[in-house]
Design a protein around this ligand. Structure first.
Ligand code: GLP
Length: 235
């Protein structure tokens, strides 16, 4: 694992955006795996700025999102988050965007996304991490799922994400890429932001063991992972 330690989140976001924009310039038909949450917001802002300034072209690129809530309101959906923070501000063709439809039958959506991953390989997967070590919505458990699936959310995840919901009520289920879908990405960029991630980050950096109790540790099995985080979170 290639670890980049920074002085601030802003520096992490800058480095993360640079890595994504470099990958795009080397492969204009890049398939980007995208994440939601606070962590990627600064990265997406810089990517939008690069597009606005004529320094990035997404016309041949595609994207697939890690996860989406089941049955949430449009304004609380990850689709809306992505539209607001990225898609509305860059020239990624709408037909090249893949994300679970929060209004559709979840089983139909799981099947649609499983077919997508049978055909396509993510070139660069951007990941954040949950305070309990989840990636996407692959929650700590005795077993982890390899493929796209519907998952119940843990109380800790619902609490951590409640601030995104106007009424504070978080859906109890989500659709997420599975661990195998994530680990098949050619390159993975994990960005860790926030004090609440300190313990799971320590396990990932210092433990050296893979455990379903901290799904992020499965990234230790991947040959091309870059982790960007503030140095202060690692001491
Ligand atoms: C959610 C998402 C994850 C994300 C995590 C961290 O649970 N499903 O993909 O990594 O939040 O969020 P934040 O970046 O807001 O800490």
């Amino acid at each position: 694992m290639n670890v980049i330690l920074t002085k601030s989140y802003e520096e992490s976001a800058q480095k993360g955006a640079e890595l994504i924009l470099n990958a795009l310039s080397q492969n204009p038909a890049l398939l980007l795996g995208l994440a939601t949450g606070e962590t990627p917001v600064g990265i997406y802002r810089r990517i939008c700025d690069a597009y606005r300034d004529g320094n990035a072209d997404f016309s041949r690129a595609s994207s697939v999102n890690l996860d989406e809530y089941v049955g949430c309101r449009a304004e609380d959906s990850y689709r809306r988050f992505m539209d607001d923070n990225l898609f509305s501000n860059i020239n990624l063709p709408s037909e090249n965007i893949t994300i679970a439809d929060h209004t559709a039958d979840p089983i139909t959506e799981v099947n649609r996304l499983r077919k997508f991953f049978e055909r396509r390989t993510v070139d660069l997967q951007l990941l954040g991490i949950g305070p309990n070590g989840h990636i996407g919505f692959n929650e700590p458990d005795d077993e982890l799922e390899p493929h796209v699936h519907i998952t119940p959310l843990t109380k800790s995840t619902m609490d951590a994400n409640a601030h995104w919901f106007a009424d504070g009520v978080v859906p109890e289920r989500a659709i997420t890429m599975g661990m195998g879908d994530i680990l098949r990405a050619r390159t993975i960029l994990l960005v860790v932001k926030g004090e609440s991630k300190r313990a799971v980050l320590r396990e990932l950096l210092n433990g050296g063991k893979v455990t379903t109790r901290n799904p992020s540790t499965f990234l230790l099995l991947h040959p091309d992972v870059t982790l960007i985080t503030e140095e202060s979170l690692t001491v």
